[in-house]
Design a protein around this ligand. Structure first.
Ligand code: SAH
Length: 566
């Protein structure tokens, strides 16, 4: 249930100052700048239309610093399919106008007010009900849920038509609203958790004030929860969340039930469900039944109850450039509470918010870093472990799994096993280098790290010899370093035994980073001095070939066929 961070989209440097002012009141928001036009945004994007449409479809709130018309024309093709709509606003580049455009039910007006007050201008609110009553009745604040939207719309137009209203129950956010209240009104706003059919003249709003502490999780857990709520006479939208036992953290049936019910799960130590309700420390009215139900007087803030299931994501940043980082990784970085990794990569993954804790560690202590990640995640934090390229290619994913494997039977480490572990891929250096050069990996290839830090040199020699013999294209990671100066020379000697001197070799240095350099040489020309630890080496096979590019360089590719051309 990752919250979608708002995107502030700008087209030129002129909008950057306004974007940063908006970011001060919306710290989770990211500034997206048009590539080549904006310097110093949090992310670069290549194409305005595609970016805006993608954000809209992913449900991210959009704050576009450009003319309202541009935003309208760009999103128009998507507006037919009226599903859930994120807030969309146009803001004048100089901050002089804030115009909510879409997402009335997703709180666009509230967002407009917040941004406008930061920019010290009045928001351009156009929603009649909102203007008249100072609040959107159809969009109650967090902690409350509207029972029926269609009925709500009729209700609001009745009030706009001159009907008066009474409030039943506790609706503190309506205290400051300018509603036409009257004690003898026929229309009522009813706030309560009781299961009831809304009367014709009633706007029914449910507070999210009910907890269900679950017992043994079965396959039909969500249905079971629905049934006990019904039996207890409680409306399902009043369910704020589930309480499970720490021992159930890894139980997928619990996660599935929570997803089906669209509520969070929080964990407490007690295995007995009734005791778990007591452990919340809240004043709850406890209802007896097959599952323990606790009812609070006010909506519940689930983030303050028990602890969440911790999460550890091992992510790959790609070679460097933001555009080559997969969207799932970008989303993961936004939701992280803690970021671990080698300092260079942690810096590359930034910028981070003030509330995100960065743990920079030395590159060599991999296992220690992996254990540290589990310790943090087991406390319920959302931890990201960063690697460059892909995390599974000579990087942290295997170390993290090894750390977990070591404790797989350890009863004291049940908390680590409860962590939600996910590995998110990235574009590996060999693939990024190959794409720059053309398609040198277009046929079978073999990936070898030339580092003998964690494996004997003899095994590297053997693998090189056999792979070269098998006529595989070779991708060398960690080709050379100050501590390993001679290995590359020896590796090339082995390869040259099986491969012609005119075999194309692609060298990619700092690919996807500002200092990116690509060079194509032949195996005969290649010397270790051309290579350093930031270089990827792709040695061609017998079929790899080159030809001139229009811009002066060379294309390198390995054809899809082998043997003779089909
Ligand atoms: N997990 C990483 C690889 C880590 S090993 C990945 O999937 O890309 C480190 C080696 O990768 C370096 O010694 C270098 O050979 C290569 N490498 C990593 N990033 C690179 C880049 N941006 N350009 C060229 N080579 C790179």
């Amino acid at each position: 249930m990752a919250d979608n961070a708002p995107a502030i989209v700008i087209l030129g440097n002129g909008g950057l100052a306004t974007a940063r002012r908006i970011q001060q009141v919306l710290p989770a928001a990211q500034v997206l700048g048009l590539e080549g036009r904006v310097q110093g945004a949090d992310h670069a994007y290549a194409e305005f239309g595609a970016t805006l449409r993608q954000l809209y479809q992913s449900g991210a709130p959009i704050i576009a610093l450009c003319a309202a018309g541009i935003v309208i024309r760009t999103l128009a093709p998507l507006l037919q399919e009226k599903g859930s709509e994120p807030p969309v606003l146009a803001v004048a580049e100089d901050g002089s106008a804030v115009v909510p455009l879409l997402g009335g039910l997703a709180g666009v007006n509230a967002l407009a007010r917040e941004i406008a007050s930061a920019l010290q201008v009045p928001p351009a609110i156009t929603t009649s009900g909102e203007l008249r009553f100072g609040t959107c009745l159809l969009n109650p604040p967090a902690g409350y849920a509207l029972a029926d939207l269609e009925q709500g719309k009729r209700f609001v137009s009745d009030l706009l038509g001159g009907e008066t209203v009474r409030i039943e129950g506790d609706a503190p956010w309506l205290g400051t609203a300018q509603l036409p209240q009257a004690t003898d009104a026929r229309r009522t706003i009813h706030v309560g958790h009781a299961l009831r059919e809304p009367a014709v003249d009633e706007l029914l709003i449910h507070p999210r004030n009910v907890l269900v502490a679950i017992g043994e999780a079965g396959d039909g857990l969500a249905d079971e929860v629905r049934a006990v709520l019904r039996q207890a006479g409680i409306a399902q939208p009043s369910l704020a969340g589930l309480l499970a036992a720490d021992a159930q953290m890894a139980d997928s049936r619990v996660h599935q039930a929570a997803a089906q019910l669209q509520v969070p799960v929080r964990y407490l130590a007690a295995s007995d469900s009734a005791t778990r309700l007591t452990q919340t420390g809240l004043a709850l009215q406890v209802l007896p039944g097959p599952l323990s139900i606790g009812v609070a007087a006010r909506p519940l803030n689930m983030t303050r109850i028990g602890r969440p299931r911790g999460r550890l994501a091992v992510i790959g940043l790609g070679p460097g450039a933001r555009e080559l980082m997969v969207p799932a990784v970008q989303a993961e970085l936004a939701r992280a509470t803690d970021v671990l990794g080698y300092e260079t990569y942690v810096r590359m993954a930034g910028p981070f918010r003030d509330d995100q804790v960065l743990h920079n560690t030395d590159n060599r202590e991999e296992m220690q870093r992996a254990r540290h990640a589990f310790e943090l995640a087991a406390q319920g934090r959302s931890v990201v472990m960063v690697s460059s390229g892909d995390p599974g290619v000579f990087a942290m994913a295997a170390a993290v799994l090894e750390a977990l494997h070591e404790v797989v039977d350890d009863p004291a480490r049940e908390d680590w096993r409860g962590v939600e572990l996910q590995i998110l891929p990235g574009v590996s250096a060999s693939l990024a280098t190959a794409a720059l050069a053309g398609a040198p990996l277009g046929h079978d290839f073999c990936v070898v790290s030339l580092s003998d830090n964690l494996k004997p040199w003899s095994i590297i020699e053997r693998r090189l010899d056999l792979a070269a013999q098998a006529d595989l294209v070779l991708a060398f990671y960690n080709p050379i370093s100050r501590a390993r100066p001679w290995q590359l020379g020896q590796a090339l000697d082995i390869v040259r035994r099986h491969r012609a001197a005119d075999t194309p070799v692609t060298l990619g240095r700092d690919v996807g980073r500002p200092a990116q350099a690509l060079r194509v040489v032949t195996l005969g020309e290649l010397t270790p001095e051309m290579v350093d630890m930031r270089t990827m080496v792709l040695v061609g096979s017998s079929t790899t070939c080159t030809f001139p590019r229009a811009d002066g360089g060379q294309w390198v590719y390995t054809p899809r066929w082998y043997g003779s051309k089909p």
